[in-house]
Design a protein around this ligand. Sequence first.
Ligand code: COA
Length: 422
Amino acid sequence: MATDTLTITDNRTGTSYEVPVTDGTIPAIALRQIKTGPDDFGLMTYDPAFMNTAACRSAITFIDGDRGILRYRGYPIEQLAERSSFLDVAYLLAEGELPTSAQRSKWEHDVKYHTYVHTKMIKFLEGFRYDAHPMGMLLGAVGAMSTFYPDAKDIQDPANRYIQRVRLMAKIPTLAAFAFRQSRGLPFEFPRNDLDYIGNFVNMTFSIGGKHEPNAVLQRALEILLVLHADHEQNCSTSAVRAVGSSHVDPFSAVSAGIAALYGPLHGGANEAVLRMLDEIGTKAQIPAFIEKVKHGEGRLMGFGHRVYKSYDPRAKLIKRVADDVFAQTGLNPKLEIALELERIALEDEYFISRKLYPNVDFYSGLIYQAMGYPTDFFTVLFAIGRMPGWLAQWQEMLLDKDQKIARPRQIYTGIELRDMP
Ligand SMILES: CC(C)(COP(=O)(O)OP(=O)(O)OC[C@H]1O[C@@H](n2cnc3c(N)ncnc32)[C@H](O)[C@@H]1OP(=O)(O)O)[C@@H](O)C(=O)NCCC(=O)NCCS
C-alpha cells in the first residue's frame, strides 16, 4: 500500500477509502466519492474563514507563523527590508527574481512614465464629498480606472498583463496622493519624473506651492514600511483579489476588491484602529484598566494577534527599528510611550500569552505614519500602496495556475426546505 495516503473509514457505511496526501494536504474533491447511497451528493469539508484549507499553490511568499518567519521568493524579509528598494521587491514578487540592472532600469522607467492619471480622474475625485474617507476614494478610483483602460480585459496576453501591472504600480501613488489632497482641499500636485517612486509620492502628497523639502531618512523609512507590507500570502485582501480575478475580470476591478477588503478594521484598517485606541487610552495610568476591559471581552487590543503568526510578527520587529530612525528625526510621540507600555504589559499577561497574541505589523506602523505627517484615515491607503505588488503577483499567479477555476465555495444550506407561497 502506498504510504502517502490517508485511509478514511465511513462509519455510516463501513466503507473505507484511500485518498492521496500531497504536500501535507488531501484534495477536498477526493471526499466527494464518500457517499451513503446513490442520491448522496458526497462528503464535503466545512471550513468557514478557510481556517484549514489551502486554496492554491503559491511560490511567492512563505510564512511560518509559529517561528515568526516571512520570506518573499525565498529571501528573508529582514534582508529585503535592509537592502532592497520597494520597486525591486515588486519586481521580485511578480517575476520570481530580483531584477538585473538592465531589468531594473526598464522597470523603473516604465513605472515612472505611467504615473499620470487621465484628467477625468480628477473630476471623478472632485465628485467625492469633502469628508470622504481616502480609502473609499481610492477603492472607487482604482475601480474606475478600468473604464480608462478597456484593453486591460485582455488578461491572457502576458505583454498586456505587464502593462496593466505597470499602470497599477505607477498610478496608485498618484491616486493616493490626490485622495489626500482632495480631503485637505489642496490643489493636486502632479507626478514628477525627476523623483524616484517614494520621493514622487511624498512630493505629490506634501508639496505646498510646488515646494517640498525631502527628508531622506523619512523617505527610506516609508520605503521599508512598504517593503514589509508588499505581500503576505493568502490574507483577506489577496484572497479577494484572487477570487474576484478568477472571474477573469480586468486587474483594476480585481485590485479594487482587494482595496475594499483591506479597508476593514480587522485587516488593513487595524493601524488606524490602533491610533484611535491609543487616543482612547490617553495616559499610561489608564493602561491596566484598558487591558482588563479587553480581557473581559469589551473590545480588542488592536494591533495584537494574527491569524497566522502565533509568535512575534517579524515585520513588527523591523518596524520598531524604523520607528527609532523616524522618531530621531521627528521627536518622540507621547503615544509611543503608551504603545510600548501596552506591549510590555500585554506580553506578560496570561490572557495574551495563552492565546499567543503578539504585536502585529499594525501596532507600530500607525505611530510612524503619524510622525511622518499622515492623518489617521490615510494609514490604510499607505498599506494599499505597499500591498499592490503582492496583489498583482498573486493575481498573475492565479491566472497562470492550471488548477484554478472561478472561485466558488460550497455551502451547507440551513434554510427552509420547501414551502408554498401564502
Ligand atoms: C487579527 C485577528 C482578526 C485574528 O483573529 P483570529 O485568528 O480569528 O483569532 P480569534 O478571533 O479566533 O481569537 C482567538 C482568541 O484570542 C482573542 N483575541 C484575538 N485577538 C485579540 C486581540 N487583539 N485582543 C484581545 N483578544 C484577542 C479572541 O478573543 C479569542 O479568545 P477566546 O479564545 O477566549 O475566544 C484578531 O487577532 C484581531 O482582531 N486582532 C485585532 C485587529 C488587528 O490588529 N488586525 C490586524 C491584523 S494584521
